[in-house]
Design a protein around this ligand. Structure first.
Ligand SMILES: [Fe+2]
Length: 342
């Protein structure tokens, strides 16, 4: 689920004109928040809601739901495929360009021609998204955190939380713990064990390396590593073998987006339980409920969207094939939507 550092320049297949209009207002006299514009989309927040407007439609989302989703879209660089903030609004990543839409993945809109999409250069839309999450996040509220571990986002403008929203996500070049790569988490480098993983053993594997291979070998306790994650629903690249990316993450409460894959995505439930709601990627029709218990493995097809619910903080290993060729191969019918055919 997390993108590797390398990406490539793609363009949206829509062929629509690139939108180059971006704007931001001064702070509102009543709420203290700024409003933002990107293309024909307008964004405004008040005490409880984000308000989104486009030619022919308006939409509201609770501000906590909107900020958690916006934070993921920013942190993940628009991610793989579709990030549905909810059933109406979202973005589709073409890796260099991005579509922003209202209703495009909801057949109640598409069936009557009321969906609306605009095309942007990714870095330009990202700048506005970053400004928005920065201005709309108040002091004490962390959109990465589980609800029990953070303050509330409600009310008029009250300070900010730049430290929380500008976290660097983990993207190992080879593997966590290797020389020069992202470090193993410890008490000393700011990653105490989370309250829900107090029972996770913290021992580390013992290994002895043949002289000359010190830069090539490492091992670490992944359960310990995940027990020390300070964020939820934020898969990070912890090992890389060519295009094969292991992206483990800790999960509590709700995946803040309905993620619409543009490729297959493997989920290995390492601890506890996540309930997944699976919907059709294009229409939003319900397709399945999957209850994943510790040790279960499932593979999300490339044509669905999924949202997870984790009551007890749990550990999930997401396994991605990061090849940039896959979305086109699937669109052209040259690669299947499923990883295995029996
Ligand atoms: Fe996903």
């Amino acid at each position: 689920m997390a993108m590797a550092e390398s990406s490539f320049a793609g363009s949206t297949p829509s062929g629509a004109d690139l939108q180059r209009h971006f704007g931001a207002s001064a702070a509102d006299n009543i709420t203290g928040y700024r409003s933002f514009e990107a293309g024909s989309f307008k964004f405004r927040r008040d005490e409880y809601f984000a308000h989104i407007q486009w030619p022919g439609g308006i939409h509201q989302m609770p501000i906590d739901v909107f900020l958690r989703a916006l934070m993921r879209d920013v942190a993940w660089g628009f991610f793989y495929g579709t990030v549905n903030f909810d059933t109406v609004f979202g973005t589709i990543n073409y890796y260099g360009e991005v579509d922003m839409f209202a209703g495009k993945t909801n057949e109640a809109f598409t069936s009557v021609g009321r969906d609306f999409t605009e095309r942007f250069q990714s870095d330009e839309l990202m700048a506005t998204f970053k400004d928005m999450v920065s201005d709309w996040t108040n002091e004490g509220y962390d959109p990465f955190a589980a609800p029990q571990e953070t303050g509330v986002p409600w009310g008029s403008k009250n300070g900010d939380n730049e430290e929380a929203i500008s976290r660097e996500r983990v993207t190992a070049k080879r593997m966590v713990g290797l020389p020069g790569d992202t470090p193993v988490r410890t008490d000393d480098n700011g990653f105490p064990v989370n309250r829900m993983f107090a029972d996770v053993e913290q021992d580390q594997p013992e290994f002895n390396v043949e002289p000359g291979f010190e830069d090539e070998f490492s091992a670490f306790n992944l359960f310990s590593y995940l027990s020390r994650s300070d964020v939820t629903w934020n898969p990070s690249v912890c090992s890389v073998v060519n295009e094969s990316l292991f992206c483990p993450t800790s999960e509590e409460f709700i995946l803040p987006v309905e993620h619409g894959n543009d490729r297959c995505e493997w989920f290995l439930q390492l601890s506890d339980e996540i309930i997944w709601t699976i919907k059709d990627g294009s229409t939003g029709r319900y397709r399945a409920q999957v209850i994943a218990k510790a040790g279960d493995i499932c593979c999300m097809p490339a044509d669905i969207r999924h949202q997870g619910f984790s009551n007890k903080r749990s550990m999930l290993l997401v396994w991605e094939n990061g090849s940039p060729k896959i979305p086109d191969l699937i669109r052209e019918g040259k690669a299947p939507n499923v990883a295995v055919q029996f």
